[in-house]
Design a protein around this ligand. Structure first.
Ligand SMILES: Nc1ncnc2c1ncn2[C@@H]1O[C@H](COP(=O)(O)OP(=O)(O)OP(=O)(O)O)[C@@H](O)[C@H]1O
Length: 321
């Protein structure tokens, strides 16, 4: 099989693939064996701590640098060796934009339009950027959030099949962020494949079909939001009844509780993982209520909640500490 045939075969339903990707900067290994697959039409969110290796991973996938080891493919093509073949099909929004800040918004869009065969019109681009009234304004006079929005629109001006968005909504106010999410969702609806990095967990919750949390160069957690938080477990919590000593708290499903102070009051929390996600909280509550009834105590402020993405994120960092 020639390289091209093999590449095409892989490209049918996988848009982005990295296998055992490693990236060194001198002695420092920034990415340590990352494997991920993004299917066509999917939005995959790469989350992680500062310095986790997200941007580095993106840069290798974008073809900015060759991988130190491992393989990467975008639309079945090696993004570094065949960057020119790939570039009309890929849109890239970097963390730092490279605008010529003396140009007006319209001139900047015009410049980008000239680079693409099937570019969106100036009017559509201004509309998508929410900058219809800023066409004659110089780019340097835009706010940080407006520049991000313009940058996003420039990355999709040529209607790419795959888009890399590195922290696309940083610096945007909550309203602008919501509008931008709408734009990103529309791209996905139209079949665009998107790999996005973000520090806003809510952004991943809103947009991602699948997500991964990176830390220290590795993917530590990966899956759909439901899978990721489901694996982490449900939380059952209540105020510790004053008359109950800590060692009298029951085991629930074999788990001991954690006790932490919340506003000066000890709060008991059980993390219920494994089992049937749909019913495990219920199964945990049955023996807990029996225990409380036996002792004649009420479980004050009883709450059951599924783990949040934030819980998952913090535990990834804590496990490494
Ligand atoms: N050109 C470079 N030369 C040397 N080290 C680098 C270079 N670029 C990145 N690094 C280091 O590699 C690690 C990963 O950086 P990277 O920018 O990929 O992380 P990140 O997950 O995108 O972080 P952030 O969320 O802060 O943007 C960091 O420790 C960073 O200091």
């Amino acid at each position: 099989m020639t390289t091209d045939v093999r590449e095409t075969a892989v490209a049918l339903d996988v848009a982005i693939a990295a296998t055992e990707l490693r990236q060194r900067y001198g002695e420092f290994e920034a990415v340590r064996g990352v494997s991920l697959t993004v299917r066509r039409g999917e939005l995959f969110a790469l989350l992680g701590t500062n310095g986790a290796g997200k941007t580095t991973t993106m840069e290798v996938l974008e073809g900015y640098r060759p991988a130190t080891s491992g393989t990467v493919q975008v639309l079945g093509i090696d993004p570094y060796r065949r960057r020119r073949a790939l570039s009309p099909r890929v849109g890239i929004m970097l963390q730092e934009n490279g605008f010529l800040s003396d140009l007006t918004v319209a001139e900047t869009i015009g410049l980008w339009r000239d680079l693409h065969a099937n570019a969106r019109s100036l009017d559509e681009s201004l509309e998508l950027a929410g900058l219809a009234d800023k066409a004659r304004v110089r780019v340097r006079q835009l706010s940080g959030g407006q520049k991000r929005r313009l940058d996003l629109v420039l990355s999709i001006i040529g209607r790419p099949e795959v888009v890399f968005l590195d922290e696309p909504t940083t610096g945007m106010d909550p309203e602008a962020r919501r509008t931008t999410w709408g734009l990103i969702r529309d791209l996905v609806t139209d079949g665009t494949t998107i790999l996005l990095t973000t520090h806003y967990l809510e952004e991943a919750e809103h947009l991602a079909s699948r997500l991964a949390v990176m830390h220290e160069g590795e993917i530590r957690v990966e899956g759909t939001l439901e899978e990721v938080v489901g694996r982490h477990g449900d939380r059952v919590s209540f105020r510790l009844p004053p008359e109950i000593p800590l060692d009298a708290l029951p085991l629930i499903g074999g788990h001991t509780p954690g006790v932490a102070l919340a506003g000066g009051t000890p709060v008991v929390t059980y993390t219920i993982a494994g089992g049937d996600q749909a019913t495990r909280a219920h199964e945990a509550l049955v023996p807990l209520f029996a225990w409380a009834a036996e002792r004649g105590v009420a479980l004050e402020r009883l709450a059951v909640r599924t783990a949040s993405l934030e819980d998952v994120f913090h535990s990834v960092v804590k496990e490494s500490a």
